[in-house]
Design a protein. Structure first.
Length: 560
């Protein structure tokens, strides 16, 4: 997985090895590109590709372009272009050039005429279906189109008329004239252009013929003088065709290299399927925090550093595998531990009355914002006679090794006093509604004048001053590790997790009101939480970024 060698030193990934060899052979430039199709929002898989392409350029003092692969106007939109730019920048990268495949339509068109003139392309009148049927199979050669041997003049004339809009969608295509019996099916006269009378989000109505991926991609790389065109493994079979066009056109030679795409457990990454989740309102938009998109992860509280670090840890593989979602969560926990300020919240509260604390009095307790970062300072939290503690932090009949509050037992209130539970008050149903406790006045903030200490420390909030907030607790969107693996007749939607979102109320210390949208906090012993954009004055909404590791529940299970 990671390419960390023995002793922690980094060994090179295979792309770095290739680049080093290129440099040894005298190549002086490294120029990569990240080429998203603007037909959806970027996801964590794209983040992997972004970190790789921009990372290699940075490492070798080269450049990385952002290129929108916008050759399919029916599915593309400026909304996606804008979101992609925002996400790449947020991840911490700046592109050398911003390009659009659509900027190359004229060059691509001229090159297509050149291939026609060389007898290497022809206009085919067969329907999409006929072309498919006549391609043959892996074991049988294809059948040449009856239009394959049109003259150069006729092909040029027809291709120009295709461009001029004389033919309806699907009436004709331009195909490369290669080999209908080639063992690589992609070489059996691949389609280069199709007719699509559709407005393009950048070129408007200028074009009604659009180039196919295989024809557009390599030539775009070549125009930008990309040296290392990195893509995912499924394009390995396309590489000979990529090289073929460049060779026949005698243009700058870019080279394609393939690495394994990132797959993450419990996650789907196909944009088509993600769009389906958005359109069918299974999630609330592309940035619903349960989505694997960058915008969703940002909203959920992930940091760019945690994602970059994850991409680094995953490494660059040549074979497909599935990365454990736990690794991503580990990376964000590790990062937020250093940067998130701590706060106290109580989720399922029990009222605690401190009977020997004067009614009407309150005082300020100083709490450390981040024990990992002294510069984060302290904050003031009001303490009073009536407080909430979490229902989980009290047990009337505790198991062994339970160090929190019990009847007759003691616990420390975080940064405040040691309290002793004297009495449990229940309602008629037998539920605990209140705990009556006493406090030890001299035990404030770690002092223990009589020398005794207590093991358990629990969080608390003053009932008078606390702030009620909404917590959105997320679980994986799917219940299966590989959501796309389904039994017959089922789809990935059958693997949806009905409990991917749980909403709870929590009571937090008053400083929660000062949180900014997008700021992440650690709610002590609960998890990391990020203030959501849905928050309103008097109604704060927190997204759980990730839970803290919960070792306690394991101990409880072992005891049972
Ligand atoms: P989808 O099939 O979901 O639409 P895509 O691969 O077609 O995804 P593009 O917008 O074409 O999406 O991808 C832009 C770049 O990001 C490509 O170079 C692609 O290889 C890379 N990429 C996409 N998904 C992943 C992934 N899961 N892991 C690594 N790289 C990826
Ligand atoms: Mg694509």
């Amino acid at each position: 997985m990671s390419n960390e060698g023995v002793g922690g030193e980094k060994s090179l990934n295979f792309l770095e090895e290739i680049i080093n060899e290129d440099i040894a052979r005298g190549q002086t430039r490294v120029h990569t590109r990240f080429p998203p199709e603007p037909n959806g929002y970027l996801h964590i898989g794209h983040a992997k590709s972004i970190c790789l392409n921009f990372g290699l350029a940075k490492k070798y003092g080269g450049k990385c372009n952002l290129r929108f692969d916008d050759t399919n106007p029916t599915k593309e939109d400026v909304e996606y272009v804008d979101s992609i730019k925002e996400d790449v920048r947020w991840l911490g990268f700046e592109w050398a050039g911003e390009h659009y495949a659509s900027d190359y339509f004229e060059s691509l068109y001229m090159w297509a005429e050149e291939l026609i003139a060389k007898g290497l392309a022809y206009v085919d009148d067969q329907s999409h279906e006929e072309i498919r049927q006549n391609r043959g199979t892996v074991t049988e050669p294809g059948t040449p189109s009856p239009w394959r041997d049109r003259s150069v003049e006729e092909n040029l004339d027809l291709f120009r008329r295709m461009r001029a809009g004389e033919f309806p969608n699907g009436a004709k295509v331009l195909r490369a004239r290669i080999d209908m019996a080639h063992p690589n099916m992609l070489f059996r006269d691949p389609v280069m252009y199709r007719i699509l009378h559709t407005e393009h989000h950048r070129t408007g109505k200028k074009w009604c013929i659009y180039p196919m991926y295989d024809y557009a991609h390599g030539q775009s790389d070549s125009l930008e003088r990309i040296t290392h065109s990195i893509c995912t493994l499924e394009f390995a079979v396309h590489r000979p065709l990529y090289d073929w066009f460049i060779e026949k056109l005698e243009i700058f030679t870019s080279h394609q290299y393939e690495f394994a795409r990132l797959n993450l457990s419990y996650t789907i990454m196909s944009k088509r399927k993600l769009l389906q989740l958005v359109e069918s309102k299974i999630v609330n938009g592309w940035d619903d925090p349960r989505m694997p998109t960058i915008s969703a992860m940002r909203r959920k509280g992930y940091t760019p550093e945690s994602i970059r670090n994850f991409a680094e840890k995953v490494g660059v593989a040549k074979r497909d595998n599935i990365i454990d979602l736990g690794l991503l969560e580990y990376c964000v926990r590790e990062d937020l531990n250093k940067r998130a300020q701590r706060r106290m919240v109580v989720i399922d509260p029990i009222k605690v009355v401190i009977t020997n604390y004067p009614a009407g009095r309150n005082e300020i307790i100083e709490c450390i914002n981040n024990p990992e970062d002294a510069s984060a300072g302290v904050r003031k939290v009001p303490f009073s006679r009536e407080i909430y503690i979490s229902r989980d932090d009290f047990m009337e009949h505790p198991p062994k090794k339970y160090y929190r509050l019990t009847l007759g037992g003691e616990v420390r209130l975080r940064y405040a006093y040691i309290i002793h539970c004297e009495e449990v008050i229940k309602n008629l149903e037998g539920d605990i509604v209140e705990l009556r406790c006493t406090y030890e006045q001299a035990s404030k903030n770690g002092n223990s004048p009589d020398g005794h200490s207590v093991k358990g420390i629990i969080q608390w909030v003053s009932i008078e001053f606390c702030v009620e907030s909404e917590m959105r607790l997320y679980d994986t969107l799917f219940t299966k590790e590989s959501p796309e693996e389904t039994e017959e007749g089922k789809t990935f939607l059958d693997n949806l997790n009905p409990n991917s979102l749980t909403i709870k109320k929590c009571y937090g210390e008053p400083s929660l009101k000062d949180t900014k949208v997008g700021q992440t906090l650690q709610f002590e012993r609960v998890g990391y939480f990020c203030l959501d954009q849905d928050s309103r004055l008097g109604h704060l909404v927190f997204n759980r970024t990730v839970s803290l590791k919960d070792s306690w529940s394991k101990i409880v299970k072992q005891q049972k």
